[in-house]
Design a protein around this ligand. Structure first.
Ligand SMILES: Nc1nc2c(ncn2[C@@H]2O[C@H](COP(=O)(O)OP(=O)(O)OP(=O)(O)O)[C@@H](O)[C@H]2O)c(=O)[nH]1
Ligand SMILES: [Mg+2]
Length: 215
């Protein structure tokens, strides 16, 4: 068994700010407050896709930030909530909070998902702050910040192919050439005592796991 690992940064979207605005209507001289609430920031969600087999994609993209919520609108309208950002992961991935070591999720089935960073709530607009004493408040809240953290992904990988052959025929050498693995190579028999695994990239985006076994 070989463990593929990756560490990524995730951040939920910030909430949209609440708006300070006043109604301006014909024949209504003092229309009162009309600033709406900000929208919620997007969540970052990790979802299992059974088409994936490795954590290779996370070597290239390590930052995942969801969009922020829209600012509150006038006429008491709520700003739009931001869409969640969905990141695809292979089945069998364990997600850990990198700082605390807490297990965030252990995802095995296709479509299973977990929110790894929540988006912030939107701030309240000035309509929310109107009171009999202060019917025209010049006050609104900022949106809440989205959660952020570093997440470690761990995937236990089973080999797709194994190299079987007599001692010293060059099995470890082959693995070292087609993958990034660095197995011990020696001009004597039984150099390899425990299996070595490596990820082989085919070139069209696909990849597979090769195991170098003892002779
Ligand atoms: N001439 C030649 N030598 C090779 C070739 N491939 C590997 N070797 C050499 O053969 C020796 C054994 O290579 P390994 O890759 O360790 O062989 P292995 O099959 O993993 O051996 P065990 O782990 O001991 O079973 C090393 O000295 C390599 O440098 C090849 O294509 N040609
Ligand atoms: Mg070997």
């Amino acid at each position: 068994m070989f463990v593929d690992k990756a560490k990524v940064y995730v951040k939920g979207g910030d909430g949209g700010d609440g708006l300070i605005a006043f109604r301006r209507e014909k024949y209504v001289p003092e229309g009162g407050p009309g600033g709406g609430d900000g929208g919620k920031g997007g969540d970052v969600i990790f979802r299992v896709d059974e088409g994936l087999r490795t954590l290779m994609d996370f070597r290239y993209q390590k930052h995942f930030k969801a969009k922020r919520g829209e600012k509150g609108r006038n006429k008491s309208q709520h700003g739009a909530n931001a869409d969640s950002m969905v990141v695809r992961i292979p089945p069998g991935t364990i997600l850990l909070d990198d700082d605390t070591g807490e297990v965030i999720g252990d995802l095995t089935r296709h479509g299973q998902q977990v929110v790894v960073a929540r988006g912030g709530r939107g701030g309240r607009g000035n309509i929310r702050f109107a009171t009999p004493n202060n019917p025209a408040p010049e006050l609104a809240e900022n949106g809440e910040e989205g959660e952020e953290r570093y997440v470690t992904l761990e995937l236990k990988v089973m080999a797709d192919v194994g190299l079987v052959g007599f001692p010293s025929v060059g099995k470890s050498t082959l693995l070292s050439v087609v993958s990034a693995a660095q197995p011990k190579i020696g001009a004597y028999h039984f150099t390899t005592i425990t299996p070595n695994l490596g990820m082989v990239e085919v070139g069209d985006g696909r990849n597979f796991v090769m195991a170098d076994l003892p002779g």
